[in-house]
Design a protein around this ligand. Sequence first.
Ligand code: HH2
Length: 376
Amino acid sequence: MATVLRISGREALTITISNMTPSEVARLRDLVCSSSSGAGYEPALSVSSSPAAAQLLLHGTAAQLKHIVAAASEAGGGLAVFLQRVDSLLDNHLRSDYKIDCRGKVLDLGSRTHVMGILNVTPDSFSDGGRFASPDRALAHARDMVAAGADIIDIGGESTRPGAEPVSEEEELRRVIPLIERLGAELAVPVSVDTYKASVAEKALAAGASMVNDISGLRFSPDMARIVAACDAAVVVMHIQGTPRNMQQNPVYGDVVAEVRDSLGESIDIALRAGVNREKIIIDPGIGFGKTLEHNLTLIDHLDAFRVLGRPVMLGTSRKKFIGTILGISEPEQRVDGSAATVALGIERGASIVRVHDVARMVQVARMTDAVIKQS
Ligand code: HH2
């Protein structure tokens, strides 16, 4: 059965279709040729040489490909259903007008790139551990981030850095709930809780959070999806291979982009089955969570491959170790420029939200990148 392997690009797009039988390739080639002949341009199509692993690449602008795929699916015979699916994946890839209603606080992601400011109230986070453990400092930092342009504040009470020890539910609650009570009521922007524990999410949502950021993609706590649905919260489903304790031991993928994308598709399905509103779901490839340096770089470079899932993409690269490895910088606070490069590239490849420590600096990076890519 033919499958869409990937859609990539911003203005000039490529649709990669794989797993085709030779007769499907011939049929699709004919359909594309006849569908594009009336439209005044040559079909931009290439087929890989090996018939055993036939791959067909369709190149064109969004408008050309929309036209070809729609016309071909009308005349598609046995391939009509497949081509309708290609058409809807293409729509997903092109979509950018996402609005996320976070329990009354609305994020208009189509208007500009949004910035999520990180507030870790932990003693041991890899970058800011211990800095905001006192409630006064945490509150002041949240307010500073909003003043600097943060669109969401993400509060975490447990570090998920590689090898981190889990903390008890009681301790996590003790760290985050008083802050969420204050900030949820005070701030105009949504407060997100960074937790994979359903019980913590439930209490955080009751205390005033309006988004759950789950690094396990709704997989570590069986009740998480149900609680998100019941509270009508927004949710970030992130990809992880393994658990924070073991994820960096030997992460292995065949095709990291395809596997992370399919896993995020399954997280979306978990959410939908539990009754979560599709329009409240955000996806995140989970940079550094069960990935080697090369996996991280590949995921950033191919971030546009996640757009076919039809949900806005979040990217969390801020100050992470792979940046330190490339640049030879051991201090996370010194990795701001490297983070900026990944933020700009991530936005260019379709990220709608960037999760960062250095809000003022990254707001500038986001605004400047938006100005270049959103002018057309
Ligand atoms: N990264 C971290 C934690 N939560 N959530 C999402 N959605 N995406 C991420 O990339 C992500 C995340 C790790 O960073 P940080 O919170 O700074 O560190 P720690 O886990 O040590 O507290």
